[in-house]
Design a protein around this ligand. Structure first.
Ligand SMILES: Cc1ncc(C[n+]2csc(CCOP(=O)(O)OP(=O)(O)O)c2C)c(N)n1
Length: 658
């Protein structure tokens, strides 16, 4: 087999010697590699297919890593991975111990930041440009951002600031006219107009060129620009960016290598902030991805010849068999509730499929809002809707909710508004890794006054919680894991919910396993294993992180029953901490308490079940840890109750000296 050009590329410098024809051939090899790899492993595909030529052209023109190329998120920059020394490891993409599916600073000196949240790159690029300008370096800083991500609050804030500072900074707008789903927003409409009506841009360049040659041409041009300015955006593409302080260039064809190379070489010489608008096609070069870019944004393993999924109908990883997932239950329950409750509004921030609201959108389009990649706005909007009498449900991934923290506090909780947060992917999400694990929400939500924070043990209980939340006149947040239950068989219909009340699922006098959400079924499993050793564990489905079931805790504390709290979230500040604080506040001391959850570390990527195992949250490890802990506690309490050796007893009976 002939050696591929790609196999000879160890670093970006290796593509600088290639002719345009060779670069075009390389682009095709890369597309084949992308399709083959993702067809086997699953993952993001369509965006990277659309950015192949752009990646190659950028590396051909700029000198990374001296020049700093920053990709927003990075799942669209697999070409960048392939030509920056990661080709041989590419087939480990998103596998445990393998390459990350995003930018990763640990992985390569060509990745400056580890990123997976959208819209961050303009701020970090501006910071790098400012740092450069404080030193003597002449390096170029280039930020590449997608059209949907440009609408993120953080990106718009940066755009505003860049226009103010006017650093030498090149922003590449990778415009494929798609978010994951169809893009929303006036900005997106504007960009679309720029791409579909490029005539004026060419005309303007021609006229400028001509006028400069006339006597007094430059002065005329100056007047011309003023007139042009007064004509506002009627004619001038990119005027919005120009008014913000950028020089707008484009749109150019992002699949035409000669045009890309020529333009990049030109803009490389320009000073100040430049916005280069590059038009690309999501899924380019692979028919099925071009036809179904939303599905191929991130896809499970598929057959290349047909574009069909290999495991059609299989459940999400980490889920038991074909049982319903939390997302499916949420989606279906929303459909039903939408029928009976005309005030129900579903809100998503650019994730209709992932969060399960697309069916609601199709059935009740008037009561569905996709705000685009704008999590902060989603929360503010929900608050306004709730104030106006609607019942908004914001369906959002735990990790992206972090963007809207202030709005949860300020717009939602402080106002005591009945907004419901349906927090999906709460816990370890799997292959997307540390940028996407939803493991902080318990800590950051449970400190907010007025909020009720719940977590269902299984999909049927999520349905019940959603129905319950709609009856409350207060802010409610429900967090649930990716997939479905991780072990055991579904219990029957959930018992009735009531505010701040836990549910006891199994009686036992030796210790209490107080589990939250996804950890309830594993706790039941552990209790069964303990029973084989003659240890009877009570299993409690906590249901509420806030308000906590204090009556239950008081009950457990008389006599002092050892408590194990289990949660799929950071231990620090989490559910176990809430239990400790509550015991402390009630003046209950001496309860042996083991807090099980996630460590104070960013957990890497891998399959969800692998990560649960790695973090010792799988049934096998849980059983071992809890059994061992229980025996230690028993041994130490037995020792504490043994009569003390005679000489020590009186000494300890004395009050301590001040
Ligand atoms: C803050 C944040 N919100 C939501 C997401 C989920 N998400 C990942 S990619 C994406 C669409 C990005 O579209 P665009 O910027 O146009 O890039 P493209 O994939 O089209 O190249 C969304 C919504 C995210 N990663 N970060």
């Amino acid at each position: 087999m002939a050696m591929r050009l790609l196999d000879a590329i160890a670093r970006p410098a290796d593509i600088k010697t290639l002719s345009v024809a060779q670069l075009e051939a390389l682009a095709q090899e890369i597309r084949t590699e992308l399709v083959q790899t993702i067809s086997l492993l699953g993952g993001h595909l369509a965006s990277s297919l659309g950015a192949v030529e752009m990646c190659l052209a950028l590396h051909a023109v700029f000198d990374a890593p001296d020049d700093q190329l920053l990709w927003d998120m990075g799942y669209q920059a697999f070409t960048h991975k392939l030509i920056t020394g990661r080709r041989e490891a590419f087939r480990t993409l998103k596998q445990r111990g393998g390459l990350s599916g995003f930018n990763n600073k640990e992985e390569s000196p060509y990745d400056l930041f580890t990123t997976g949240h959208g819209g961050t790159v303009l701020s970090t690029a501006l910071g790098l440009a400012m740092a450069r300008d404080q030193g003597k370096s002449a390096r170029h800083v280039v930020a590449i951002i997608g059209d949907a991500s440009l609408g993120e609050g953080m990106a718009l804030e940066a755009l505003n600031h860049i226009g103010h500072c006017k650093p030498n900074l090149l922003v590449i707008l990778n415009d494929n006219r798609m978010s994951i789903a169809k893009p929303v927003g006036a900005l997106s409409r504007y960009l679309n107009r720029l791409i579909t009506n490029p005539t004026y841009n060419h005309l303007r360049r021609e006229v400028e060129h001509l006028v400069k040659r006339l006597p007094h041409g430059r002065a005329m041009l100056h007047v011309g620009h003023k007139i042009e300015g007064s004509l506002k955006g009627l004619l001038i593409p990119g005027l919005v960016f120009e008014e913000l302080g950028f020089r707008y260039v484009g749109p150019i064809d992002g699949h035409h290598l000669p045009e890309l190379l020529r333009t990049l070489r030109n803009v490389k010489r320009l000073k100040g902030p430049i916005l280069l608008h590059v038009s690309t096609v999501k899924g380019k070069g692979y028919r099925f991805a071009e036809q179904r870019p939303e599905q191929f944004h991130k896809i499970e393993p598929f057959h290349i010849a047909t574009g069909q999924l290999k495991g059609v109908g299989t459940a999400e990883k980490g889920t038991r068999g074909k049982q319903e997932t939390f997302t499916e239950a949420f989606s279906d329950e929303m459909l039903q509730l939408g029928e009976s409750n005309r005030r129900l509004v579903a809100i998503t921030a650019a994730m209709p499929e992932g969060t399960g609201v697309s069916e609601f959108a199709a059935r009740y389009p008037q009561r569905y809002v996709d705000v685009g990649m704008a999590e902060q706005h989603a929360l503010g909007l929900a608050a306004g809707l709730a104030k106006g009498g609607a019942r908004p449900v914001v369906a959002i991934y735990s990790t992206f909710l972090q963007r809207a923290y202030d709005q949860i506090m300020h717009e939602m909780c402080l106002q005591e508004l009945p907004v419901i947060l349906a927090i999906d992917r709460a816990g370890l999400v799997g292959e997307d890794g540390p940028t996407h694990h939803g493991v902080f929400d318990i800590g950051y939500l449970r400190v907010l006054p007025h909020l009720a924070l719940l977590s269902p043990k299984d999909p049927p209980e999520l349905r019940a919680m959603l129905r319950w939340a709609l009856q409350q006149d207060r802010p409610v947040a429900i967090r649930y894991a990716r997939g479905g239950i991780v072990c055991g068989e579904l219990l029957g219909k959930p018992s009735k919910l009531s505010l701040g009340k836990a549910e006891t699922l199994r009686a036992g006098q030796d210790l209490a396993l107080v589990a939250l959400g996804s950890m309830v079924y594993p706790a039941l499993h552990v209790a069964e294993q303990l029973a084989r050793e003659g240890i009877e564990a009570m299993v409690v489905n906590a249901r509420f992180v806030k308000p906590l079931d204090e009556a239950l805790l008081r009950h457990l504390a008389t006599p002092l029953t050892p408590i194990v709290t289990l949660e799929e979230g950071q231990i620090a500040g989490g559910f176990g901490s809430a239990v400790s604080e509550a015991l402390d506040a009630m003046g209950i001391q001496g309860v042996p308490h083991l807090r099980i959850g996630l460590p104070d570390a960013f957990v890497e990527h891998g399959k969800r079940h692998e990560l649960l195992e790695q973090c010792q949250l799988d049934p096998r490890h849980l059983t071992r840890r809890i059994t061992r802990w229980y025996h230690t506690v028993r041994a130490s309490t037995a020792a504490a109750h043994e009569p003390l050796p005679a000489p020590l007893a009186p000494a300890l009976a004395q009050p301590a000296a001040p």
